[in-house]
Design a protein around this ligand. Structure first.
Ligand code: PGA
Length: 251
């Protein structure tokens, strides 16, 4: 894979209020010292997107949505339009997070949402990962291959498009205990191999990252040469001090 800019994605989930989101965004915008080769993406909840966009607009921080629907417009009560998300200024969209899959999002939904993201000029951040049960049954590799293949079925990328695939072991998320970096290395290889049959050149347009209990102490274990070039951060992105510490630690 070609050399890629590293990426750090803050996933605030549904853990902050509206004012808290704007305050944290302002704090980050004021205190983040740009690293040229690191892209930093903030993903607030959908209702805070517009105000967070406003708060970070003069900073190098980028905006992402935690969720999008696979149609742009129509009678879809309660859904988040990828077109509106883009209009607000987001450049990324998390898709297939295990917390959404748990609520019923299917592999087919994930595939359609990736297509919707690409149509609307959003970079999809597609999460894949095994549950604890699957891990115990030693099914991790099979689950990853199946999720990646289903997510990327029939996806064709234009020259300027890319997809980020995030390996997020479900049982590690929010546990405070990340996996060993050699596990991540192995899974990244699995992810890359499972994309080889899909479409020529897709592999050159993929960026693979890791998520699950990342903190300032372990972040560099998950940025592994050209293999894994970024992280998704949940809990440790909710306080400016902790998130900035992660950004400062990145080599
Ligand atoms: P965590 O969350 O850093 O709190 O484990 C990561 C995620 O869910 O994306």
């Amino acid at each position: 894979m070609s050399k890629q800019k590293k990426i750090v994605i803050a996933n605030w989930k549904m853990k902050l209020g509206f004012d808290e989101s704007v305050k944290l965004a302002r704090e980050l915008a004021e205190n983040y010292k740009e690293h040229e080769d690191v892209e930093v993406v903030i993903c607030p909840s959908a209702i805070a997107l517009a105000r967070v966009a406003e708060a970070i607009k003069d900073s190098p921080l980028k905006l992402g949505a935690q969720q999008i629907f696979y149609h742009e417009n129509g009678s879809y009560t309660g859904q988040v339009s990828p077109a509106v998300v883009r209009e607000i200024g987001a450049e990324y969209a998390i898709i297939g997070h295990s917390e959404q899959r748990k609520l019923g999002e299917t592999d087919d939904d994930v595939n359609r949402k990736i297509q919707a993201a690409l149509r609307n000029d959003l970079i999809p951040v597609v999460c894949v990962g095994e549950t604890f049960e699957q891990y115990q049954q030693k099914k991790t590799d099979v689950v990853i291959i199946q999720q990646v293949t289903a997510a990327l079925a029939d996806i064709k990328l234009q020259k300027n498009q890319k997809i980020i695939l995030a390996y997020e072991p479900v049982w590690v998320i929010g546990s405070g205990q990340a996996v060993e970096h050699n596990v991540v290395e192995h899974i990244v290889q699995i992810i890359i191999h499972s994309t080889l049959d899909l479409e020529t050149n897709l592999v050159d347009k993929l960026q693979v990252i890791y998520g699950g209990s990342v903190d300032a102490g372990n972040v560099n274990e998950f940025i592994i040469g050209n293999l894994s070039t970024g992280v998704i951060v949940g809990n440790e992105s909710l306080k400016a001090k902790n998130f900035l510490a992660i950004l400062e630690k990145i080599n």
